[in-house]
Design a binder for this molecule. Sequence first.
Ligand code: DAH
Length: 338
Amino acid sequence: MIHPLQQLRAEALCEIDSAPDAQALEAARVKYLGRSGSIAAWGERVKTLDPEERPIVGRLLNEVRNAVTAAVAERAEKFRAQKESDALAKIDISLPGTPSENGSLHPLTQMLDHSIQIFRRMGFALADGPDIEDEWHCFDALNTPPEHPARNEQDTFYLPDGRLLRTHTSTVQIRAMQAAPPPMRVIAPGACYRRDEIDATHSAQFHQIEGLYVDKHVSVADLKGTLEFFMRELFGPETAVRFLPDHFPFTEPSLQIHVRSKALKRGEQWIEVAGCGIVHPAVFEAVNKARGDNAYDAEKWTGFAFGLGMDRLAMILFDIPDIRLFAQNDLRFLKQFA
Ligand code: DAH
């Protein structure tokens, strides 16, 4: 004879297995396993049975409850998995992706990185200073007299408090020497600012690499050797370099550097790329005064300094016709250097 509990189990399992969705399954669960469901009702009934019958029916009831609980869990898991795979099926993995464009370094950054690398190979360390400077670092300490045209408000951006945007990176020569005694071998790349009329070769902001070498017995020959090596590394071994006399307040003698190379688009033309010279003793004196010692004793130490125009060098190397292109962020231009 089939016990009514066995009958109940068969019904419950059948209903659970044929539940068409999660809602129907939940209804079946409540009907059989809920607090006032049929299995709970059997629990009450067992308590009223004869002592001999009670454990047998009790065990059967337990079996039925476990079987029904397991069946509900299994069916629920089936619905969950089904829902997940339905969601995944909606994703079309054959659709083309959204391409992300690769960035690249700005041509000036490339130029700067390359130049720094060449100087580092010659033992130059990096130094830096602020873009917003005081007149002393920009002019006085560099032996530039008060009446010098570079100090003019027409040429220099002055802030209301009397400070200024540095007009050259030579300020870092002073800052480096204030910070450490000789020997000194540093380069200082950075931005400079001038109130120039803006055109194809002039911009209000441009970039320089300053160099300073202070040691015993430093001569013009050292200066020439260093800068010739640099120019040939940058523009190729066939590059010719010439030095012409010039004037800067902070060097004596002062020279300008020209390069010429068949490898360059401008071919046989000499192009001015830098100023340089032997550090003027008055610069050492100003530094000593600020330091409060005689570390840069002009009798003991000599040095050379140079300032390279980076925008100019990049324009020559990459054959760029207009300095304004560097700042216009035109991707058609920038992509050519990717
Ligand atoms: N500061 C100069 C300029 O901006 C360039 C320069 C010339 C730098 C001679 C130097 C130097 O260090 O020795 O035009």
